[in-house]
Design a protein around this ligand. Structure first.
Ligand code: 8YV
Length: 327
């Protein structure tokens, strides 16, 4: 039998995933769950045939320069690949794959959760109760905003954006979206979605804006201070994509000044750092990057990683190859 490829996995993965990897590959697992240091990452790149990294591994051109000639595949555990310089990897003959599809529904679910938590003041209410602040029902106490009938603006109408739109439609929201291109008529009709070529124009008209695009040089600070100021004062901002897509300092300032009504964020510009201004901002629900964090989802993601490695091992083109032009 052919030699099994050395697959170095940078983080602890769910048990069934690790078991399967041990069966199929010469797997070097990280049992400590501490992210690899930059030096350890560079050393892994020198030894591995395949690297299975996560978002906590910064694979920039500098560290990729350490890769040995045997390294042929970086099979990322996760959909977003903004922590990997894909062009630099490809230039060295290294293919990059990701795990699309399997975290779509979980991410869309958490997006709706954040939207509802902000509009209906769920976290605030739960905290007040625990702190002994529930002294009896009142007709004018803890009023949030109605979800039904609101205008939702989706930025990025890929798999996740569409999954959000389907859920939002069931909640009676009106769907608007901005994307590089309009989606097919079939999908737009099914979702009852209105396309805005101009992001600026859409922002001025929606009650809720939610981000579902990848983080690329083109989407860095897409929601800039100028664009955030186009939102109406009652509007809220949801982000389960990447922190870098929003100018976080500007968002915190506008929330504090009452120019934006609230925010639900699962991702941040410099994770795991959270800006104190954001922590102090009113009507803000902050979560620790957990949109894809389900038992089922993380096993599915691991299986996707395995399928990509196995397909490559068998001499075929891995199904989830990331092409720089896609980004
Ligand atoms: C992943 C994510 O858990 O898939 C993504 O893009 O942001 C997360 O849901 C993370 O990337 C793991 O590498």
């Amino acid at each position: 039998a052919a030699r099994k490829p050395k697959v170095i996995v940078t983080r602890k993965l769910p048990d069934p995933v690790e078991t399967r990897m041990r069966e199929l590959f010469d797997a070097e697992l990280n049992l400590s769950d501490e992210p690899l240091s930059r030096d350890a990452l560079a050393q892994a790149l020198q030894r591995a045939d395949v690297l299975a990294p996560t978002i906590t591994d910064r694979l920039d051109a500098d560290v990729l320069a350490a890769a040995g000639p045997q390294l042929k595949l970086i099979a990322n555990f996760g959909a977003g690949v903004d922590h990997i310089d894909v062009a630099a990897a490809n230039a060295k003959g290294i293919t990059v794959t990701n795990t699309p599809g399997v975290l779509t529904e979980d991410t869309a679910d958490l997006t709706m959760t954040l939207m509802m938590a902000v509009l209906r003041r769920v976290v605030e209410g739960a905290n007040i109760l625990r702190e002994g602040g529930f002294s009896g029902w009142s007709p004018t106490w803890m009023l949030g905003r109605r979800i039904t009938g609101k205008r939702l603006g989706i930025i990025g109408m890929g798999r996740i954006g569409q999954a959000v739109a389907r859920r939002a439609r069931a909640f009676g929201l009106q769907i608007h979206y901005h994307n590089r291109k309009p989606v097919s008529h079939l999908i737009a009709d099914e979702l009852g979605a209105t396309y805005w070529d101009s992001l600026d124009q859409m922002l001025a008209r929606v009650d809720i804006v939610t981000v579902h695009s990848p983080h690329t040089p083109a989407t860095y600070h897409l929601l800039s201070a100028r664009r955030l100021k186009l939102l109406q004062p009652h509007a809220i901002v949801i982000n389960t994509a990447r922190g870098e897509i929003i100018d976080e300092s500007a968002l915190a300032q506008l929330l504090t000044d009452g120019k934006i009504a609230g925010a639900g964020l699962d991702v941040f510009e410099r994770e795991p750092e959270i800006k104190p201004e954001l922590l102090a901002a009113p009507n803000t629900v902050l979560l620790p990057h957990m949109s894809s964090a389900t038992v089922e989802g993380r096993i599915d993601m691991g299986e996707k990683v395995i399928i990509n490695i196995k397909t490559w091992m068998d001499g075929h083109r891995p199904p989830d190859r990331v092409i720089p032009a896609m980004l």
